[in-house]
Design a protein around this ligand. Structure first.
Ligand code: T5A
Length: 211
């Protein structure tokens, strides 16, 4: 019987370096001859990518928090059933740029929505599926925002204030506390040091999962 693939997510506040470091992780997996699929949330299927566009687009109309939360989970249900679960069932590892931790951090922490409601939607959409490992890239909010601003036009989330992102970061850090599935990496260091830390995490995971 094929062994189920491993599900790794990469999380962090704005401009933390996910895009940059996901490229490093992809190269590492390729180098280690591990079959994997790289995807992202919100998004990962044509329908879910359309929902991503709706979520990120700045707009004059205020976006209702519940509408935002349901769009996030609608995209996730589609992505999970069309892409993530079929890959895991075939033994393929899935590397995902953000997942439900982002919902706890942004909608729960940032928007201060009830985490119990998020947990109920998580169970509805995912059943008992949770990431096997969460790599949390952590930098002080001001550092991440300065990096994100360097890239130009800001999306709807990037236009939030510092207090919003402090709550996002605080929620991520709380979730990582004492949870062995989380690997907190100090992404405020120079890139070679960040990637040396990532390398240690990946070697540890490979040793645990592919003895
Ligand atoms: N969202 C998402 C929710 O609200 N709920 C949810 O459930 C989900 C899943 C989109 C948004 O959706 C929200 C959260 C988000 O706001 P996204 O596209 O993942 O999610 O959004 P961003 O966080 O904005 O991702 P970005 O791609 O914009 O930022 P990255 O990937 O973190 O940053 P990156 O790699 O582009 O780096 C930024 C800059 O910093 C430099 C890079 O070269 C780049 O110029 N950099 C460094 N510089 C110095 N030292 C280092 N160590 C550096 N690392 C990177």
């Amino acid at each position: 019987m094929t062994q189920r693939g491993k599900f790794i997510t990469v999380e962090g506040t704005e401009g933390v370096g996910k895009t940059t470091n996901l490229e490093y992780i992809r190269n590492w997996l390729q180098h280690n001859k591990i079959e994997f699929l790289s995807t992202r949330e919100p998004g990962g299927t044509p329908l879910a990518e359309q929902l991503r566009g709706l979520l990120l687009q700045p707009r004059d109309e205020p976006v209702d928090q519940t509408a935002e939360l349901l769009m996030v989970f609608a995209a996730r249900a589609q992505h999970l059933n069309q892409v993530i679960l079929p890959a895991l069932e075939q033994g393929i590892w899935v590397l995902c740029d953000r997942f439900t931790d982002a919902t706890y951090a942004y909608q729960g922490g940032g928007r201060q929505m009830d985490s119990g409601i998020i947990a109920r939607l998580e169970t509805l959409v995912q059943g008992d599926l949770r990431p096997d490992a969460v790599i949390l890239l952590d930098v002080p909010v001001a550092v991440g925002l300065a990096r994100a601003k360097g890239r130009g036009v800001l999306d709807r989330f990037e236009q939030e204030d510092i207090a919003f992102f402090e709550r996002v970061r605080g929620t991520y850090r709380e979730r990582a506390q004492g949870n062995p599935a989380y690997h907190l990496v100090d992404a405020g260091q120079a890139l070679p040091q960040v990637q040396a830390e990532l390398d240690k995490v990946l070697v540890q995971l490979k040793g645990r999962w592919l003895p």
